[in-house]
Design a protein around this ligand. Structure first.
Ligand SMILES: [Mg+2]
Length: 156
């Protein structure tokens, strides 16, 4: 559990982190070692879910050394399916991280939505539905490893 207080917003108690895979933590289906190390650190405090249509068919192999759960989303109505997954595990205790238009609804529903730009860019819809926008998934994970950074940005 990750617990912190944001002045003017309230107490945040996160148990889950839901990541979009492609464009967010993977580029061309690959996850860098640096990102893997941070994911493993993060998994000490949060249950990590990777949502993916597995376009490249390589996801199990890619994440075999990581402590997380892969959730395969069939490539139809992805936006709604990703949102429904966040609702199922509990939106109040979930942070969602994504870049694409099909991440907009899950970022909107999650207690904290983080949009990442990375090298594929982020959809305008997703940016508008995010609480926070960062350059990279590495920056997003650093926020969760140092939640005072989230407090600094979101306090009112
Ligand atoms: Mg994506």
């Amino acid at each position: 559990m990750l617990s912190f207080n944001i002045p003017g917003v309230g107490k945040i108690e996160l148990e889950n982190a839901v990541f979009d895979l492609n464009g967010t933590i993977a580029v061309d289906g690959k996850i860098t070692d640096k990102v893997k190390v941070k994911l493993n650190k993060l998994s000490q405090n949060l249950r990590i879910y990777l949502l993916t249509a597995d376009t490249y068919g390589t996801v199990e192999q890619t994440v075999s050394a990581l402590t997380l759960e892969v959730v395969k989303i069939p490539p139809v109505d992805e936006s709604e399916k990703k949102r429904d997954f966040v609702l199922k595990i509990g939106k109040e205790k979930t942070v969602a991280i994504g870049n694409g238009a099909n991440d907009a609804l899950m970022l909107k529903e999650a207690k904290i939505g983080i949009a990442v730009i990375e090298s594929e860019g982020a959809s305008g819809d997703t940016l508008l539905n995010a609480d926070l926008i960062v350059r990279s998934s590495s920056d997003a994970m650093d926020l969760l490893l140092n939640p005072m950074r989230i407090v600094s940005t979101l306090r009112r």
